[in-house]
Design a protein around this ligand. Structure first.
Ligand code: SF4
Ligand code: SF4
Length: 332
């Protein structure tokens, strides 16, 4: 048995005609397929808790497919940070790169609105995130959307059969969300945002990020779990803390480097530090420089300068100590 499934199309920030064309083709086709409840939203990374797009996402209670211009890992954890939780569903379009992510459940705390997201239920519904850069033609997505619909809704039906008291969100989507046949669209352009997204499937709660960031972006919840508390304090374009995270758990979905934007992480998550081989600046040195640049732009004293002042003061003290030692030795 299989039913309907929600498909969320997250529009890209870019106005590139090829991207717009693909989005339009997907919308046109999905409107004509009643088994898909389509919801078109602005770029999901830009959504805040005050936006109607968030309410639209929050209103989806069953499994969903999210089509966006982000890596699947980035989209999944961006949703989680908004308080939209579920289990990571694997798409065959990203089979190779999702090896380390399968089965991840986003039930960790988020810094979302206290009423709904600070203590989210552990959702068992599947969330499939598909990167629209994976294929060029719209037709290539439809087969996969159908496969996912069958997989997700059949799994949901099975869950209901085996469970005496199924989870509240495990409803049959064939009846859960009445549809008018029209896509739900909340596409008013949003301001562009820039903030870190934590992949809790990788995070070990080591607190390196909160110690490193001097802009008050990170915090901890009641269970001492790291969270992005003040996302909009993050400095636009700064990816520094993602370089110091030892687990590659910090994602900036809009960054141009796949390693920072949530691309596949190598097995074991070990960072290959080429600087060790070629004498280039280390990731920590680059991060420190990037943080100093942002501190200066914010009119604050860079850490490097403070350190240099401390080193100079320490050197002066040492010189003075040496002189005093010499005077003592002369027994004047
Ligand atoms: S540095 Fe990375 S692993 Fe450590 S708490 Fe921050 S996000 Fe988690
Ligand atoms: S990118 Fe920079 S400003 Fe933003 S959270 Fe990380 S260290 Fe803080």
């Amino acid at each position: 048995m299989s039913g309907r499934i929600s498909v969320v199309l997250s529009q890209g920030q870019s106005r590139h005609p090829d991207k717009r064309k693909l989005e339009e083709e997907l919308v046109a086709e999905l409107i004509g397929r009643p088994q898909f409840d389509l919801c078109v939203i602005p770029n999901l990374y830009d959504i805040g808790w005050d936006d109607s797009a968030f309410l639209a996402l929050e209103g989806i209670t069953g499994p969903m497919i999210v089509l966006s211009w982000h890596y699947p890992r980035a989209a999944f954890w961006t949703l989680a940070q908004l308080g939209i939780h579920g289990r990571f569903g694997k798409s065959l379009l990203h089979e190779a790169e999702e090896e380390t992510d399968g089965g991840e459940e986003s039930s960790q705390s988020s810094s979302g609105p206290p009423s709904s997201a600070s203590d989210p239920p552990a959702s068992k519904r599947l969330i499939y995130c598909i990167d629209l850069r994976a294929r060029e033609r719209a037709e290539e997505y439809f087969e996969e959307l159908e496969r996912i619909r069958r997989e997700a809704t059949t799994r949901l039906y099975t869950l209901q059969l085996v469970s005496a008291s199924p989870p509240a969100d495990a409803e049959d989507t064939s009846t859960a969300q009445p549809t008018t046949g029209e896509p739900l669209a909340t596409t008013a352009p949003l301001r562009r945002r820039w903030y870190p997204v934590i992949d809790y499937g990788r995070c070990t709660n080591c607190m390196e990020c909160i110690d490193f960031c001097l802009f008050g972006v990170y915090g901890v919840d009641a269970m001492e779990q790291i969270l992005v508390e003040q996302p909009d304090n993050c400095r636009k374009g700064c990816p520094a803390c993602s370089r110091v995270c030892p687990e590659n758990a910090i994602i900036f979905p809009q960054h141009k480097s796949p390693a920072i934007a949530g691309g596949a992480v190598a097995d074991g998550g070990l960072k290959i530090d080429l600087s060790q081989l070629f004498g280039a600046p280390s990731a920590q040195e680059i991060a420190a420089r990037e943080r100093d640049e942002q501190l200066m732009l914010a009119g604050r004293t860079p850490v490097g300068q403070v350190q240099r002042q401390r080193d100079a003061a320490a050197a002066e003290r040492n010189e003075l100590d040496d002189m005093l030692d010499e005077l003592d030795a002369m027994e004047l």
